[in-house]
Design a protein around this ligand. Structure first.
Ligand SMILES: N[C@@H](CCC(=O)N[C@@H](CS)C(=O)NCC(=O)O)C(=O)O
Length: 255
């Protein structure tokens, strides 16, 4: 009789994860990126409890990482994935249930729809507060262009600001002016405040992609460097308590 050989468990090795971010940092622990989309992915990796490293991209080589010239992008070992949705899907495949909180098909669909809502309907407000509003403009002006040589720094920020203003008009966020835009944002914040759950998360008891999207953009509006804007969110108490819960549920994972 041949002796039985002990079974060796078959495990799929977890790839080394790297999150690419812009060179500018806020210097604030709870705002690990100026970019809401990078923040969203960083919190997703934390929610999935996968250790990851963050690396700042050389802006001249951004298109080597993502031909669309946008962040976030992430490396799962050798595999590069660009775009927040694709990265969150990849995380769900890596750690099943981590992005969808054990919900049924209907709940999962709702969670993704809230992420979609946040990315398309809240992000432009973050852009408006930073690029259009004179009170927020010092944030991009002083932080985003610091690496540029001085002669370029004299005119590039103004050029980018003009282009951002144009895009926000085209996206129909500031077409009627900044006051009308803020009135609309106030209504949206009021509705979200009324809809915010008293406990648990947006769609269920566990955090999902819906929370990641909502948190990323609303938490970016809470950036302390634009106190007026942060106060607009802070006034909505239920929403604020909810955001604090998402913040607490996505603590930093050490590498
Ligand atoms: N649909 C993209 C949007 C990402 C996005 O807009 N990223 C911004 C930074 S927050 C960016 O890279 N902007 C530069 C550009 O669009 O040229 C996603 O979900 O990842």
């Amino acid at each position: 009789m041949t002796p039985m050989t002990p079974m060796t468990p078959v495990t799929t090795p977890t790839p080394t994860l790297t999150l690419f971010d812009f060179p500018a940092t806020t210097g604030l622990d709870r705002w690990e990126s100026f970019s809401p989309f990078v923040l969203e992915v960083s919190r997703a990796m934390r929610l999935a409890k996968v250790p990851f490293a963050t690396t700042q991209v050389n802006m001249m080589k951004l298109k080597d990482i993502n031909p669309l010239g946008q962040l976030p992008a992430a490396a799962f070992g050798e595999e590069k994935v660009a775009g927040s949705t694709r990265i969150l899907e990849r995380l769900e495949a890596l750690v099943p249930g981590s992005m969808t909180g054990g919900l049924d098909a209907r709940g999962v669909a709702e969670a993704w729809l809230w992420k979609e809502f946040a990315d398309t309907s809240l992000y432009p407000y973050v852009l408006t507060t930073r690029w259009v509003d004179d009170r927020g403009w010092p944030v991009p002006r002083d932080h985003f262009f610091a690496a540029l040589p001085a002669p370029l720094r004299a005119f590039v920020p103004g050029m980018v600001r003009r282009s951002m203003k144009k895009k926000l008009i085209e996206r129909d966020f500031t077409r009627a002016g900044i006051d009308a835009c803020y009135a609309r944002m106030g209504r949206v914040l009021d509705f979200l405040d009324a809809r915010a759950p008293d406990e648990g998360f947006w769609v269920g008891p566990r955090a999902t992609v819906g929370d990641l999207g909502l948190f990323a953009h609303l938490h970016s509006l809470r950036l302390p460097l634009i106190p007026w804007q942060a106060e607009e969110v802070a006034r909505r108490k239920r929403l604020t308590r909810y955001l604090d819960r998402v913040d607490a549920a996505t603590p930093l994972v050490s590498t």
